[in-house]
Design a protein around this ligand. Sequence first.
Ligand SMILES: [Mn+2]
Length: 465
Amino acid sequence: MTRVIHTGDTHLGYRQYHRPERKRDYLDAFRQVVDDAVADDVDAVVHAGDLFHDRRPTLDDIMGTLSVLRTLDDADVPFLAIVGNHEGKRDAQWLDLFESLGLATRLGPEPVAVGDTAFYGLDFVPRSRREGFEMDCDAHDRDHAALVTHGLFEPFDFGEWDPREIFDAADVEFDALLLGDNHHADTAEVDGTWVTYCGSTERTSTTERAERGYNLVTFDGDVDIRRRGLDTREFVFVDLELGEGEGVERVRQRVDEYDIEDAVVVVTIDGEGEPVTPAAVEEFALERGALVARVTDRRETPEETEREVTFADPDDAVRERVRELGLSSAARSLDETVRASKIADSNVAEEVESQVADLVEAGDPAEFAAADLGPDESDAGDESDERSDGGSGRSSDDEGESTADPEPTADSDSAGADGEPGEDASAETGASAEVDVSAETDTSTKEGEPPDEDPEDQATMGEYL
Ligand SMILES: [Mn+2]
């Protein structure tokens, strides 16, 4: 018999709502899982990816993680893991660092035996590498085998990869697929194999309404999968439908019906009624001790959007500036989709994704060529030349130094890593679907943020493209 905790999507280091308290919450949740593992004396903790929220966790995040992993190590409970789409780096992974310290085992095509069960691992596979996908697994000599991987699989919501393709690609027969990526815990049987998501350990988005937890998986002839809950930060969801004549007072009343001390309060307004200033509701909740309050007003406010700007139209100024940039036609069409088109905000991310996919598929270099600047626009170029000349002119003292400085090279390397073209781009695409997984909530959100995360965290489009 082998009994393991299957967890994943811990997203350590995520500073949700820019609050340090939330960052601590993610580490606390992970610590709870590990404390349970030690108290229960399970045979291993299996982590299905997205240990970190970001591929650049802070030193503080790494120290926190080390301390939790050390607790497991002290209790002789192995930590077996794979790399998810959020934390994936180009070459060496954070997991390799933990493995080199003897605190983790990175799963792969060679089986890692724990009791009666052989564990295999497959890091997140970007969409571009799924066609003709093959897995060369070494044979095992145990009664059971499980594969730990990260991605959006069928038959669950947002599933984009059939697990049968994995079964076909691998020359090992698995009793179970232990999955991460979809933050909504769920289990299904596909061709006699259990396929299960453990869910995230803390809410990374307001679409994750259900209680958070992890799986307790027992391999003993059959496979037994149970859920265990975690004690996480309280999220209070206040959904209300305003009637004719109702407004901010009604919203406050409803919020006041809940105990919101230290909670994240998520108010969603629908129906009719008067305009409600989100700030007024948020302020009210904070005064009553909420940690964070967010208001989404789903009602249409046509009078706001139709307001005319009659002089010095900022849109004209933006249009003019964009023209001066000499963007390629691909870039211009994306800009149009994001900024100017009639596409509903909540669909922009998806539309951009599909446009990029089409552009990549068509592969026409002309689409990506910078536009020819006419004689008028050449001024803009001169201007920026002047600026950079002025810069180096002023700092002539430093010039000798900067020539010897290897930093420009280092910079351009890291810029390349930041951009992470190709596979990483699709990795993030996977992530964008990952969190709007809970069927019970409406996934359309305000401001057109991608469904993945909080609006504030979507600093650039590059992050989710
Ligand atoms: Mn995740």
